[in-house]
Ligand binder design. Structure first.
Ligand code: ZN
Ligand code: ZN
Length: 412
């Protein structure tokens, strides 16, 4: 035709994009976000995943410029993605952090020795220095030795107690201010659920806090842990961590620990996954419930955390004369490995049960200042029977007490 000089060029042949990315609209979506159901392209998924973690870090003021931060690294998907994302965000937003990797070698042949090889590769890939410390060096016992001595039952108790302390000791060696761990939203929701089921309020508070500090204000001169711990993945879904690692082709180790799986946690996990299949916000909803419950617990005078001082043997922070690790070691070294296992004392159980009962009563029922105060610390406190007020069923203390007799595991 003759209008070619004046008319705009014909629009490019527009084939409607099949499944466009909900954010950029210009590329085809290749995944559905487990957390929100959004259909996204790869680049937009990376962007929202990383930005949410950045927002968690800045909203909660996790770090200060110049902090030296250890990343607890096991070689598994969570800590590998954490190391990768921490480095990326530190560079992108100029946090000014000095990052190091800290790995604990529990001494589990065929599991930890292989996963530590992954961490060593991550050290080289991300150019972050690495310290590995072993149970054998710290305590004289590897997990293989411990399992030989005590069998598979309860070995997670040893491992959990020793790991927590080992991370702190490694952090002191590295002179860091802060440890970040790869606990994700699913882990935290499971722990919230388990702590509610056991009526373990101190742990419920600790597991819902994004940042914790096991320090005593009035310590008597002995070196204690002043090291902060935080969980930048507190609101990050496990499925998204797996997707991120997959699409970024990160190098991680994906075998489960060969020693006894934690059966109680396993049930909580299956239960959560079933709920998540029906309602995708379940995980984050449970975390929010845990936060609300623990805020209400904090407001309650009767549920103060135990007073912390220092272990008389090793100097580590402890609410008892001997810390849990020293108690467990004492048992191992004396050939009485049951010593210190499942030692939630009766008084402590009753105290916690009374506190939870009081919280349930005050948090869920029609406000009633006289409802079940449950402040006694003595075993007598458990003799109180709470009643149903305002039409809300208040659990009887003896039921809660039964729930708290499960072996205690300290994983978060
Ligand atoms: Zn996109
Ligand atoms: Zn100790």
């Amino acid at each position: 035709m003759d209008s070619t000089a004046t008319s705009p060029p014909p629009p490019p042949t527009k084939k409607p994009l099949k499944n466009p990315c909900n954010l950029c609209q210009s590329v085809r979506a290749i995944l559905k976000r487990p957390k929100t159901g959004q259909q996204l392209c790869k680049e937009c998924f990376f962007h929202v995943f990383e930005t949410e973690i950045h927002n968690t870090i800045t909203d909660n003021k996790l770090f200060s410029r110049g902090n030296r931060v250890a990343i607890g690294a096991s070689g598994g998907k969570d800590s590998t993605v954490l190391a990768y994302v921490m480095k990326l965000l530190n560079d992108r937003y100029d946090y000014g952090l000095d990052l190091v990797l800290l790995s604990i070698d529990e001494g589990i042949t065929g599991y930890r020795d292989d996963s530590l090889e992954t961490v060593k590769r991550n050290r080289d890939q991300y150019q972050i220095p690495l310290l590995i410390i072993s149970y054998k060096d710290l305590y004289g016992w590897s997990m293989d030795d411990i399992v030989k001595e005590i069998g598979r039952k309860n070995n997670c108790t040893f491992c959990g107690v020793f790991r927590r302390q080992a991370l702190d000791r490694g952090a002191i060696m590295l002179n860091v201010d802060h440890i970040v761990t790869g606990h994700n939203a699913d882990d935290i929701a499971e722990t919230v659920l388990m702590n509610i089921l056991r009526g373990d309020l101190p742990r419920l508070q600790r597991c819902t806090s994004i940042i914790t500090n096991d320090t005593s204000e009035d310590s008597s001169g002995i070196e204690t842990s002043k090291i902060l711990r935080s969980k930048p993945f507190k609101y990050t879904y496990e499925k998204e961590i797996v997707m991120y690692a997959y699409f970024k082709k990160l190098d991680y180790f994906s075998t489960e620990c060969i020693y006894s799986p934690n059966a109680y946690r396993g049930h909580a996990r299956v239960f959560l996954k079933d709920l998540e299949a029906i309602r995708r916000t379940t995980i984050v909803d449970i975390i929010h419930s845990g936060e609300a419950l623990s805020a209400s617990v904090q407001a309650n005078e009767s549920t103060k955390l135990p007073t912390m001082s220092n272990c008389t043997r090793c100097g580590y922070i402890s609410s008892n004369e001997l810390c849990k690790a020293c108690l467990l070691l004492e048992g191992l070294n004396r050939g009485l490995p049951q010593l210190g296992i499942g030692q939630t004392t009766k008084i402590r159980r009753m105290h916690d049960a009374a506190a939870l009962n009081s919280t349930l009563a005050s948090g869920l029922s029609v406000p009633n200042p006289t409802a079940s105060s449950g402040t006694e610390e003595s075993p007598n406190g458990a003799n109180k029977e709470s009643s149903s007020r305002g039409g809300v069923v208040v659990t009887h203390i003896k039921d809660l007490e039964r729930l708290t007799t499960m072996p205690t595991l300290n994983t978060i």
